[in-house]
Ligand binder design. Structure first.
Ligand SMILES: *Cc1c(COP(=O)(O)O)cnc(C)c1O
Length: 459
């Protein structure tokens, strides 16, 4: 499979190059040149366990030798605390797809545990090194660190805003002591971290000299690994309910998770609806209801991993929505960069017959957590609660609703306490962080300081 850019001005490249490249040189995002139709294989795939299914799906999009694929996938998912990897449980009117059984208790482990191993293989083949630079406001940083800790030929530098992330998230990152992991606490905001990162990446000479790479959600391998659980969960729920198709509700920030579901549908998975749920940062909900994508101001919420206004994976969706017309993508994205807004024409009053969307505010999030705890004895994390709240508005007896649970509630004990009035959000992984030694460098919010640090530690 070759990969092309959504903006059409980058020469096609193979899978490994696409994984190492991140953003395409023309500013677009890399996408597969075609999407395989797998509808004839669904019956056979239904019998596979999670790692075997992952290998089938990934092999359609990559040229990684099958023994390497099998071993990297099996190893990645052995770090999960259940052999099912992504179990589905019923709760009230919905099915919960638990994506938090990996080492950092958030769905990003599903892609990043595999991506760390994939990077190691590709770098070994090429006798190359990689220095990953990332900025995080929480979940991505810890999942990326856990994905590459101790791996050969890779260092990771993760910036987080000093004392501005939750104590649990900080401890998860800084208690990783492997010598290839560098935590940088930046004396500024998350935006400062991100602008330092972008500015360093713009210096192409520095980027090349120090082999800098990114692990953010524009990386194609992340989207690819996430497709697997849509198939896996649909199979489990179709078996259990005898339904011929299902719907999914996805708590959304950067559009990476739901994009994987969109690919699964285009590959032939029988899905009635994708329900896109946002918190108060509702740029995507507004878009899917009006056709206008307009940047707003970011507000902090109980679901911080979704506190995003500009969704980095949105351009991939836009490419398909515009009929794969790269010229139109380029012109709309240019317009968005200039004016902070773009618009697509509606069809029968809708942006997309598949995707419906609403936002959930703070009160809705808290009351949903409380209700599911009281009525079903199931504790939702605040991100998942946003998805469940919106999902309930689109229930339909013919297509069971699968709600993606993107984090374990123990990562967000304050929100859980506020919702149910009890200190019950616990997990042994979080308990075990207490008393662990930590390592972290505090740096000024200054690009120079971060560059110097990389120069001295990149190896
Ligand atoms: C990253 C994240 C999300 C949002 O996923 P996107 O791919 O950015 O849409 C939702 N919930 C949790 C817990 C996350 O960590």
């Amino acid at each position: 499979m070759q990969y092309i850019s959504t903006r059409g001005q980058t020469a096609p490249m193979g899978f490994s190059d696409a994984v190492l490249t991140g953003l395409a040189p023309d500013g677009g995002l890399l996408i597969p040149e075609s999407i395989p139709d797998v509808s004839g294989r669904l019956r056979r795939w239904q019998r596979l366990d999670y790692p075997a299914l992952a290998c089938e799906i990934i092999s359609l999009y990559s040229d990684i030798p099958s023994d390497v694929l099998t071993s990297t996938v099996r190893e990645a998912y052995q770090t999960f605390d259940t052999p099912q990897v992504a179990p589905v449980v019923a709760a009230g009117p919905v099915h919960i797809l638990e994506l938090f059984h990996g080492p950092t208790l958030a769905f990003k482990d599903i892609a990043l545990q595999w991506l760390g191993r994939l990077f190691e293989y590709i770098l070994q083949q090429r006798h190359a090194r990689l220095n990953i630079l990332a900025a995080t406001s929480g979940d991505t940083g810890s999942a990326a660190i856990y994905g590459v800790r101790g791996r050969r030929n890779i260092n990771i530098f993760v910036m987080h805003p000093h004392r501005r992330i939750s104590p649990i998230q900080e401890k998860q990152m800084t208690s990783v002591l492997e010598p290839n992991v560098f935590n940088l606490a930046i004396q500024g905001t998350f935006d400062d971290c991100q602008s330092i990162m972008k500015s360093i990446f713009r210096d192409l000479e520095f980027k090349q000299r120090y082999c800098l790479g990114a692990v953010n959600s524009v990386n194609w391998a992340r989207v690819l690994a996430q497709m697997v659980y849509y198939f896996y969960a649909a199979f489990r729920v179709m078996e259990a309910t005898r339904a011929a198709r299902v719907s999914f509700a996805v708590p959304t920030g950067n559009f990476g998770d739901i994009l994987a579901g969109y690919y699964a549908v285009r590959m032939g998975l029988p899905v009635r609806r994708l329900v896109l749920a946002t918190n108060e940062n509702d740029i995507l909900a507004r878009f899917f209801n009006t056709g206008e994508y307009r940047r707003g101001r970011v507000v902090s919420t109980l679901s911080p991993a979704m506190d995003i206004q500009v969704a980095s994976n949105f351009e991939r969706y836009l490419y398909y929505r515009l009929g794969e017309n790269t010229e139109q993508v380029r012109s709309l994205m240019d317009q968005f960069a200039r004016t902070g807004a773009l618009r697509v024409p509606l069809r029968s009053g809708r942006v997309d017959p598949l995707i419906v969307s609403r936002a959930a505010d703070r009160a809705a999030t808290l009351s949903t957590i409380q209700r599911y705890y009281e009525n079903c004895g199931y504790l939702l994390d605040p991100h998942t609660a946003v998805g469940v709240f919106v999902a309930e508005q689109f229930l339909d007896p013919d297509s069971p609703m699968i709600c993606l649970a993107t984090a374990h509630p123990a990562k967000f004990p304050e929100a859980i306490f506020e919702a149910v009035g009890l200190d019950i959000a616990r997990h042994p992984v979080i308990e075990s962080l207490k008393g662990k030694p930590t390592r972290c460098e505090v740096l000024a919010a200054d690009e120079r300081a971060v560059r110097d640090y990389i120069v001295h530690h990149a190896g």
